[in-house]
Design a protein around this ligand. Structure first.
Ligand SMILES: NC(=O)c1ccc[n+]([C@@H]2O[C@H](COP(=O)([O-])OP(=O)(O)OC[C@H]3O[C@@H](n4cnc5c(N)ncnc54)[C@H](O)[C@@H]3O)[C@@H](O)[C@H]2O)c1
Ligand SMILES: O=C(O)C(=O)C[C@@H](O)[C@H](O)[C@H](O)COP(=O)(O)O
Ligand SMILES: [Zn+2]
Length: 357
């Protein structure tokens, strides 16, 4: 097992990455000094891993709240449902929430933990590739609003992240691919060697080779932990983790949450940002091809939805959380392995890129 640490002073926490970590009750119990525990999950993950996690909590005052599955349930209505459940079941400040599932459950549970009685502890048990490499780490918690993605949320760190890469065995192919979009993102913004390694090991990753999965989850969590430790609340460098998201979030909101998976929308957003980079002569045509080819190797979309042009992108992107002084800021790669945040993207170039995509 690998253990990493997110260094945030008194809010520091470990990330455990291993095979069959969900069979070891010691890991989770080491982070439970509270009276009551509520496992929050959804109906799909519950069937797969609910009993296994409840077994780890045998003898403790542990309950389970099972929500419906889907991005459309990362909503204020679900948040209210969690609040009502906690109140009706007498949850108090010494209750711990456990988020068991993908990024939807993790973001919703984390936001619920941040708000309930102004903050109770929570633990992340991510079960999708996307949640293991990205959403469970770093404390961005939120729900969506019809007018914008993750618009209602808080920075609120978990007490621990427990990753069992065996859970990825049951993950559908499309969901696995969505997670790979965030993995490829790390290679582009931060780690050219990781990008090369992904090109070399794409087949083994697609086949879910456990050794490769361990390595990729470890490397991505390490990068995210480094960035978050330096800039917890996205005042600077953390914004790089948003590569592809300005465009991607617009696609998710415009298409209706859940129709395009987050990772799929991010993949397309990465291509759009790369095309802008090529126009600026920051990336060569062959570098853009490498990016597109790697995304395609995982069957990710690389073109914006039909009929979604400049105007519909702009309508959503004006709400982006990186907007400063009314100007949209974009994360644009300036090499494979490096990116910058800039508001210097000419509107004509944006129009050409978005209408041609
Ligand atoms: N907080 C962050 O930093 C951050 C980072 C990236 C993404 N996100 C958010 O994460 C969400 C996307 O997360 P996601 O891709 O995990 O989607 P998800 O949570 O909807 O999970 C994807 C699907 O896989 C199912 N599932 C989960 N684990 C499974 C398993 N082991 N086997 C079989 N099926 C399983 C789920 O029930 C769901 O149907 C988006 O809302 C996105 O905005 C947040
Ligand atoms: O952790 C971060 O910071 C990220 O930006 C990671 C993203 O992959 C993630 O989708 C995040 O939720 C987007 O944040 P937002 O602030 O643009 O909503
Ligand atoms: Zn993301």
């Amino acid at each position: 097992m690998n253990t990493l640490n997110v260094e945030l002073g008194e809010r520091s926490y470990p990330i455990y990455i291993g095979v069959n970590t969900l069979r070891e009750s010691g890991l989770i119990r080491g982070h439970l000094d509270s009276k009551k525990i509520v496992v929050v999950t959804n109906d799909v993950v519950d069937v797969l891993y609910g009993a296994q996690v409840m077994d780890l909590l045998t003898g403790l005052d542990a309950e389970k709240l099972v929500l419906p599955d889907g991005e459309q349930f990362k909503s204020l209505a679900s948040f209210e449902r969690v609040m009502t459940y906690l109140l009706e079941n007498n949850a108090a400040r010494d209750t711990t929430l456990i988020a068991l599932g993908g990024g939807v459950i993790g973001d919703l549970t984390g936001f619920s933990a941040a708000c309930y009685q102004r903050g109770i502890p929570f633990i992340q048990i991510p079960t999708t590739l996307l949640a293991q490499v990205d959403s469970s780490v770093g404390g961005k918690t939120a729900v969506n609003h019809p007018l914008g993605k993750n618009m209602i949320g808080a920075f609120y760190q978990p007490a621990a992240v427990i990753i069992d890469t065996m859970t990825l065995c049951s993950l559908p192919r499309r969901e696995f691919a969505a997670g790979m979009a965030e993995v490829i993102k790390y290679g582009i913004i931060y780690d050219a060697q990781l990008f090369d390694w992904l090109e070399q090991h794409q087949q083994g990753l697609r086949e879910k080779d456990q050794a490769l999965l361990q390595e990729v989850v470890r490397r991505c969590c390490q990068i995210k932990a480094e960035i978050v430790a330096e800039d917890e609340q996205e005042r600077g460098r953390r914004a790089l983790l948003n590569l592809g998201h300005t465009f991607g979030h617009a696609i998710e909101a415009e298409q209706g949450y859940g129709n395009w998976l987050h990772g799929e929308a991010v993949a397309t957003g990465i291509v759009l940002a790369s095309v802008v980079a090529q126009h600026k002569n920051w990336l060569s045509a062959s570098e853009v091809c490498r990016i597109v080819d790697l995304l395609k190797a995982f069957e990710l979309p690389v073109k914006a939805p039909e009929k979604m042009g400049f105007d519909s992108f702009m309508r959503h992107m004006r709400h982006d959380k990186k907007v400063q002084a009314n100007r949209i800021r974009f994360v644009i790669p300036d090499a494979i392995g490096s990116a910058v945040v800039t508001d210097d993207v000419d509107e004509a170039l944006l129009k050409e890129t978005l209408n041609a995509s």
